[in-house]
Design a protein. Sequence first.
Length: 42
Amino acid sequence: MERIKVKKVKKNTKYIVSKKLDKAIAYLETKATSANKNNQKH
């Protein structure tokens, strides 16, 4: 039983980390695109 619990926890942490990474990457991409737009205006 303990092994299954550990596996589940590991899966959940991996899922959470990947979600956080996706959010961070998306945030950086939006920042980069907005910065590029601002540079193009000038």
